[in-house]
Design a protein around this ligand. Sequence first.
Ligand code: TRP
Length: 446
Amino acid sequence: MARESFGSGFGVLVAMAGSAVGLGNLWRFPYLVGTNGGAAFIIIYLAFVLLLALPIMYSEFIIGRRSQANVFGAYKVLAPNTKWCNVGLVYVLASLCIISFYCVVGGWTLDYFWKALTFQFSTPDTALLGNMFNSTVTSSTEPLVFMLLFLLVTALIVMAGIKDGIERYTKVMMPILFVIVIIVAIRSVTLPGAAAGFEFLFRPDFSKVTAKTLVDALGQAFFSLSIGCGTIMTYASYVNKKENIVGLSVETAVADTLFAIIAGLAIMPAVFAFGISPSEGPGLVFITLPYIFGQIPLGAFLAIMFFFMLFIAALTSSISQLEVIVSYLIEEFKLGRKVSILASMAVVVTFGVLCSLSQGLLSHIQILGNNIFDCFDKFSSNILLPVGGFFAVIFVGWKMKKPDFTDEITSGGVHPFKRWFLTYVYFSIKYLAPVVVAVVLVSGLI
Ligand code: TRP
């Protein structure tokens, strides 16, 4: 059977941007900015995207498209009879860990979408909304139901395949996402008192920067751009040999960063306008925003749009996480797509239930001061992803032959780049990215 592929270059871009733009931008980015001192964090984040994330994206792209195989198979094709294929297993594990907590938050977004539809945010009391969030996530039933629903939609899209599933749905969802975030941002920045939010987002205060800021920014760059666990590699394996690897990677990074900034503008000015502390943490989106929506004209309507947006943003990302695992099962175990999805879902649901219950019933289970949910999040974002990304650049920079690198990145000469640019890209893959990842990882662990 012929391998599946994307139908068009635009389809690849929306699928990649769909993977990148997600809860990382809307839920994680604002609270990391909030707890790490605002603009200084953003600047460090941008530096990581440029210096690190792009070389890793190119590398994943090169490995995936050249091999036209799943993450495990890719290393087998390009480095036969070596241990490299084990790196692919790290990616499958990382994807499993990520989707397992991601689907929990995905469930919360659906839950809150429902709450918005039924106008449950009209209370002028943040304490009540805090309680609402608390009782929602700590319940042993409600979040599980929404989590399963979220996974069901994810599975159905992945079931339909690359072109008729992932590409088709992200093409519709991504434009909606951008329109909604812009509408919410316009509302937020035009609130009286919004200026302080701007200042927080754009005036850097480097005195707040610590080693933790660096680790957080690094983890966020990996998480937000979906790098380090083979998502891009997997999508790239469905991309034809003519598409421009550099162009698609840069466009994805720009779309994701732009979206994060607009999301920051949608959230921070409103937070300041209402005198709320930006370091509210993970509750920012689920407590602070509903409060604000309850206070402003047309807020109920904005709330519906916002949580719908959160849901589709999460969905276009979760499908990319699932596809890594599913393509691995299909190709390495010769299973059908449906069976592969069912098998992955069995594991994801089990982990997901544990992550969800760790907010309440199982909150006493702590590892190094983190509940199960935070363990999945931190272990994958701050360790597995950087390690996975590290091996991708090492592979392209040190294992692959330079002519093969040049051939792939120029798409066999279809997209010739200036010599200095290729030299820079190669240098960034071979030296820059590995050194920076290693330094931040090691300093973070210490
Ligand atoms: N990037 C997505 C977000 O910002 C999440 C995501 C999708 C992801 N695929 C990934 C994160 C792979 C890490 C690895 O929400």
